[in-house]
Write a protein that binds this ligand. Structure first.
Ligand code: PLP
Length: 431
């Protein structure tokens, strides 16, 4: 490190705050396009974009210009006391693209707050705090969102404000769905839901919250249609469906604008954050008017919908649509997925994903046993080769790639070569 920033970080930040690369932690000091420069003097191709946050990339002139223009007004108003034109305009546009008829939109600063708000509204409209969540999920770090996070290392409190019942994840490698065909997973998931409803709930469940593809959980996706299969049962009981699109939204999966669209459903509420701010604090909920209007007391967010975030979000949405980044995600994602699938290494348990949301499971050779230590070696080798990737999964054995959606084909090939080289070297060591 250039100075003692890591020591200072450790001295002043809470001990549980995660930092990649341990004693060799990285400070990023500059970014341009899909590349960042570290305080270590090296330039890296960024295949994680700050946990899928830098969706357009770094130093994008159109976004800079929009934010500068807003700054030039004196930034203007941050609260909900006066009308904020930028907020209304972005809300109108998100309502239109949400796919939910006559949607209402509420802005927050983060994904956690967005999910917290969605859960609050669902609980109010249904007058119940019973929620269905999926094992291996991640929904945030507030009290309620942690309660619906099915991942021990991220659920640091069992003192839940919600009454949560758990459903099996669609993981094809492990757990209840291991080894099943897609059709059998759909049937098993519906059976699981019916069983949970009949046994451990009191029959007045407010909502189910689900990620179309589990992000922090290691880019685990059940079969297409899974949320649709659930919704048929949920509909029989009036249970609302909240789709957490914090990672899967805005065209990242290549095939659809929202992750939920692969499931043949229209959720009652969708939550979003991360990419739409491209680094600015911006999240929110879009949903059915009757549900969104259900909070009985006036509720506001001082910073949610602030003009700077709105300016950034509007520029991001424009950029995304003008450059058809969804198609680019499909094209460049296919290069990565095809290249990784060609590898056929005994330590690679599964290559999975859609568009620019790609996970690689690292296992002990020829088994399904997770190998987190080998995963760290691949992860470190990638950095040594000039590539930043993510890590995750319930067992810490999934490499996660979620580059900016502006990734070029050449950059995809460049990153793929570094990644496959690292995987092959660690595989050779493991045998
Ligand atoms: N939901 C999902 C699917 C996420 O991946 C995350 C963050 O990683 C969140 C919610 C929480 O978002 P934030 O960290 O902005 O609060």
């Amino acid at each position: 490190m250039s100075d003692d920033l890591l020591a200072r970080h450790r001295a002043v930040m809470p001990g549980w705050m995660p930092v990649y690369y341990g004693d060799d932690a990285l400070e990023i000091v500059e970014g341009s396009g899909r590349r960042v420069r570290g305080a270590d003097g090296r330039t890296y191709l960024d295949f994680f974009g700050g946990v899928l946050t830098n969706m357009i990339g770094y130093d994008i002139p159109e976004i800079n210009e929009a934010v500068r223009k807003q700054l030039a007004t004196g930034v203007v108003h941050t609260s909900t006391l006066y009308l904020i034109r930028q907020q209304v305009e972005l809300a109108e546009r998100i309502a239109r693209v949400s796919g939910i008829p006559d949607a209402r939109v509420f802005f927050t600063n983060s994904g956690s707050e967005a999910n917290e708000t969605a859960l609050l509204m669902a609980a109010n409209v249904r007058r119940s705090n019973q929620i269905l969540a999926i094992k291996n999920s991640y929904h945030g770090r507030t009290f309620a969102t942690m309660a619906v996070t099915g991942h021990r290392s991220w659920s640091s409190s069992s003192l839940s404000p919600l009454n949560v019942s758990w459903l099996a994840s669609g993981d094809r490698l492990r757990g209840r769905m291991a080894g099943l065909s897609d059709g059998d997973i759909l049937d098993a998931a519906v059976d699981d839901l019916r069983e949970v409803l009949a046994t451990v709930t009191a029959g007045d469940v407010a909502a189910m919250i689900a990620e179309p593809i589990q992000g922090v959980g290691g880019f685990v996706a059940g079969p297409d249609g899974l949320l649709g299969a659930y919704q048929k049962v949920l509909g029989e009981h009036g249970i609302l469906l909240i789709a957490d699109e914090v990672q899967t939204g805005w065209g990242r999966t290549g095939e659809h604008f929202w992750g939920y669209q692969a499931h043949g459903v229209v959720p009652d509420l969708i939550t979003f954050a991360k990419g739409i701010g491209n680094g600015f604090a911006l999240g929110g909920v879009a949903g059915r008017a009757d549900v969104m209007n259900a909070v009985p007391a006036i509720s506001f967010s001082t910073f949610g919908g602030n003009p700077l975030s709105m300016a950034a979000g509007t520029a991001v949405l424009d950029y995304l649509l003008d450059h058809d980044l969804q198609t680019n995600a499909a094209r460049t994602g296919a290069i990565l997925l095809d290249g990784l699938r060609e590898l056929d290494l005994p330590t690679v348990g599964e290559v999975r994903g859609k568009g620019l949301m790609i996970g690689v499971e690292i296992v002990r050779p020829g088994t399904r046993e997770p190998d987190p230590a080998a995963t760290v070696r691949v992860f470190d080798e990638c950095r040594a080769g000039g590539l930043l990737v993510g890590k995750g999964g319930l067992y810490g054995n999934v490499l996660r790639m979620g580059p900016p959606l502006t990734l070029t084909e050449d950059e995809a090939r460049e990153g793929l070569a570094i990644l496959t080289g690292a995987l092959a070297r660690v595989d050779a060591e493991a045998r």
